[in-house]
Structure formats: structure tokens, C-alpha cells
Design a protein around this ligand. Sequence first.
Ligand code: SAH
Length: 233
Amino acid sequence: MVFRASILTLYPEMFPGPLGTSLAGRALQRGDWTLETTFIREFGEGRHRLVDDTPAGGSPGMVLRADVLARAIDAASPEDDPRPRLLMSPRGRPLTQGFVRDLAGGEGAVIVCGRFEGVDERVIEGRGLIEVSIGDYILSGGEMAALVLLDAVVRLLPGVMGNSSSGETESFENGLLEHPHYTRPALWEGRTIPPVLTSGDHGAVERWRRAEAERLTRERRPDLWSRFSNRDD
Ligand code: SAH
């Protein structure tokens, strides 16, 4: 089973974009995942293929029309499509490594990229869109957010990253931020590598890494730290 991504966008030329290079790009070429774009404008109204209109109730900006978007969704994703239908949206559930992992274990995703002030609420309900946010800031469109989500998912797909992606110590995988890394040269601008890392004592290395991961999480992410220290495993 190959992960299938379908993107609905007004800017199909933004895909695969950066996902056409490096790990994700090679995986795409190998056929480890597929990417398909649907140009929302093709489902627009009338000769001018209109996709947006002014907000009901008045306010500046434009809103993506429910009927237009629904036609595009129905063309990209049949009713019995097993893939989740996502809408990139600052109001959505925050994208987390856990959610990324769930997606990577599934058959793919249908991803709607919003533009303007957003999309008509009725299409979110009518097509069961799950709103997903990549953080508390406003982008000009959902395309970059979709690229971020797919980058995070694709690197977890079987065969894409070899052994390093499943690393249990990677930030968030065990509820902690990752420990610091060092490599040669042993001495750089007067800075040394913590001696424990070159001691050859694997147990001591593991304990040091664990302590550093906990310290960094406590200092930088009190939110993660309180969840971690209250965990019941
Ligand atoms: N008026 C909206 C923002 C619209 S931004 C509001 O205040 O909530 C235009 C589009 O960019 C959105 O429809 C969404 O698809 C995308 N977008 C903006 N910020 C995002 C974020 N943090 N995460 C995911 N998508 C985002």
C-alpha cells in the first residue's frame, strides 16, 4: 500500500515544490508515495471560473465557496475514500508527531488548502473536513502548511529514511525534546565535547542523554514537561 496524497489548491504549481527534492523527492520518484493536485479553479462558476465571494454578514476579504470546493473534493476523493480529508486551517487541531504518525500509517490524505479569509463553514461540515493547524500564526494560504505536513509524514513512510526516522529519542517521540548532538572535531574554537560521550561507557552515555533531554524539555517546554512528568507508564 502506497501513501496517496491529494492536494486541492488554487496554486497547483506550488507542488511538489520542495517535496520534489531530497528524501521526499527520491521517495516520490521511487513510488513510495504519490502526489496528485486538483486545481480548485477548474470547478469554479461560470466563464470566469469564480471560486470565492464576499463574506455573508460583511467584512473585508473573500471566502472560498462551498459549492465550488465540494465539486473539487468530490472529484478528488470518492465518497468511500478511506483517506482522511484535511483542511489546513489556523483554527485546526495542532499538528503533532503523534498525528503525523497516524497519518503515515494510513492510506494517504486529501488535503484542502484554504486561501483568502478561509472557506465557507458548510463545506467543512458537509464533507467532514478535519481542520489541522501547523502553528499559531497566519499564513497566506494552506499550501505551505500542506507541504509541512507532508514532509513530516513522508519521512516516516517505510523505506524513506532507513533507520534514523524511527529513533525513539527524536524530539516528541518519547514526550521529550532531543538531547544535544556533537561530532568531530573534538576541539572547536576552544569548545570540547562532553567527555562522557567519548568515554565508551554506553550506559553512561544513555543516562547523560536522558538527563539532557529532560533538562531541555523542562527549561524550554513546560507544557511538554508537565505532560511528561504526569504520564502514567
Ligand atoms: N481568516 C483566517 C485565516 C485565513 S489565512 C483566520 O483568521 O483564521 C488563509 C488560509 O491559509 C487558511 O484558509 C488556511 O488554509 C491557511 N493557513 C493560514 N494559517 C495557517 C496555519 N497556521 N495552519 C494551517 N493553515 C493555515
